[in-house]
Design a protein around this ligand. Structure first.
Ligand code: GCO
Length: 443
């Protein structure tokens, strides 16, 4: 069977990770611009990054050269809304030009509204704790939809709620660098308050997109989450892995923590208890697809300390230290589809390895090629078994600012020399061209 003929082969990025231009043309500061100093490996920051703000035409030309069918990018909320209630047309112009360039190159633009760069002004008003945030987010969403929806049909409201709330508010590794004790009531309270606001932002933005978009929209959310793979293909192991994957609870907020309210209008009792009248209806908006970012899976069984095991010691790990688990895409899309019955898009999958330019001027990255092959074979198996998968986005199109790890970790199909802004297509980019050209029959 293989991949459907309109399958969206693409690559992804996020505004703060590639754009730079942190204070240009009226952009406001984000919490990353303002608060990350001293917290990032090697003292790195995103002020210039890949300078995609000035190099986007060249970057789109490279995407075209690779043959991408789709490109997933995010809009920077503070570039568009530098202050409360203020819309920065020049910021919107950047994205208007980007999507024009993409569509002219025959590349479908997939837009994420929030990929972690909260405006500083919103943070100062209480940020994710504030009851007002979803109203401000809806105003921002309106501005973006009005500016881009004549060319953008595919939308994601959020990228990875679990990660940014966890890293920023529980583990102290991302701005605003708050932490809480694992398993404490304080942590549970925070998760519930922050989750409610995030879900309301999602719901309000989804209805803004649905009601205002010019092109008929396809709306989703890019989730992350822990996936538990079965240790064997026995029914019992599969059942256990499924129940563990969807065992979202306070202090352990998995995929269904977000997707049950969004998709089914049901929530964990503690989350449900803080929702006011009518709020579940705001959250529970019809969606068109579920985006899933996947890098690895856990095994479903517990270790001796009662905590879930990651796959056994000694297996290969990426430059992030993450285990290489080729079957993750197979089980993940199956589990998600079985539970929610909506098409799935892989909105991120990729690997950081130690890339460098070799004597011949090329970046040879056979590990990345092998990694993508392994994971894609799993995805193809799921497609062959009838799971509707609409697309696959490699993380990432370019090497970029990997949050707390700065520029040390390279995930790109395209190598970036940060001192000259030179771009070099890695071997994996050339291999991925063939994947696209053959619609996934070359691995
Ligand atoms: C995330 C984000 C990306 C990361 C990528 C690699 O999942 O953290 O969506 O911004 O850069 O996942 O860690």
């Amino acid at each position: 069977m293989g991949f459907p003929k309109d399958f969206l082969w693409g690559a992804a990025s996020a505004a703060y990770q590639i754009e730079g231009g942190y204070n240009e043309d009226g952009k406001g500061l984000s919490i990353w611009d303002a608060l990350s100093d001293g917290h990032v490996l090697h003292g790195d920051n995103g002020n210039v990054s890949c300078d995609h703000y000035h190099h986007f035409r060249e970057d789109v030309a490279l995407m075209k050269q690779i043959g991408l069918k789709a490109y997933r990018f995010s809009v920077s909320w503070p570039r568009v809304m530098p202050e409360e209630g203020v819309i920065n047309e020049k910021g919107l112009d950047f994205y208007r030009e980007l999507v024009s360039e993409l569509t002219a190159a025959g590349i479908r633009p997939l837009c994420t509204l929030y990929h972690w760069d909260l405006p500083l002004w919103m943070h100062e008003k209480g940020g994710w704790y504030s009851d007002e945030i979803s109203h401000h987010f809806a105003v921002y969403a309106e501005a973006v939809v009005d500016a881009l929806s004549d060319k953008v049909a595919d939308w994601m409201t959020f990228n990875e709620g679990t990660s940014f709330l966890g890293e920023g508010y529980l583990h102290g590794t991302h701005p605003p660098y708050e932490s809480s004790e694992y398993g404490s009531e304080e942590e549970a309270d925070k998760i519930i308050r922050l989750s409610r606001n995030l879900l309301l932002c999602h719901g309000r933005a989804a209805s803004v997109i649905r009601s205002r978009a010019v092109l008929p929209p396809s709306i989703g959310i890019a989730t992350d989450s822990t996936l538990y793979m079965p240790d064997s293909e026995s029914e019992e192991d599969i059942r256990s892995a499924v129940s563990r994957t969807f065992a979202g609870d306070v202090n352990h907020y998995l995929l269904n923590w977000w997707l049950d309210p969004i998709m089914n209008g049901t929530a964990h009792p503690r989350l449900e208890a803080v929702l006011r009248e009518g709020e579940m209806d705001i959250i529970h908006q019809p969606l068109d697809f579920i985006g899933w970012n996947c890098y690895l899976a856990n095994n479903y069984n517990d270790g001796p300390d009662g905590k879930p095991l990651t796959p056994c010691s000694g297996i290969p790990r990426t430059a992030m230290g993450w285990p290489v688990t080729p079957d993750a895409l197979y089980w993940g899309v199956k589990f998600i589809y079985d539970r929610y019955r909506l098409p799935v898009m892989i909105t991120e999958n990729g690997v950081a390895i130690v890339d460098f330019v070799m004597d011949d001027g090329h970046v040879h990255d056979p590990q990345r090629i092998q990694f993508l092959k392994w994971y894609l074979r799993g995805l193809r198996r799921a497609v062959d078994e009838g799971v509707p998968v609409t697309g696959y986005m490699v993380w990432s199109i370019l090497d970029n600012f990997e949050w707390a790890f700065g520029y040390e970790k390279r995930f790109g199909l395209i190598y970036v020399d940060y001192s000259t802004q030179e771009r070099i297509l890695k071997d994996s980019a050339l291999w991925y061209s063939e994947v696209i050209r053959t619609n996934g029959s070359n691995f």
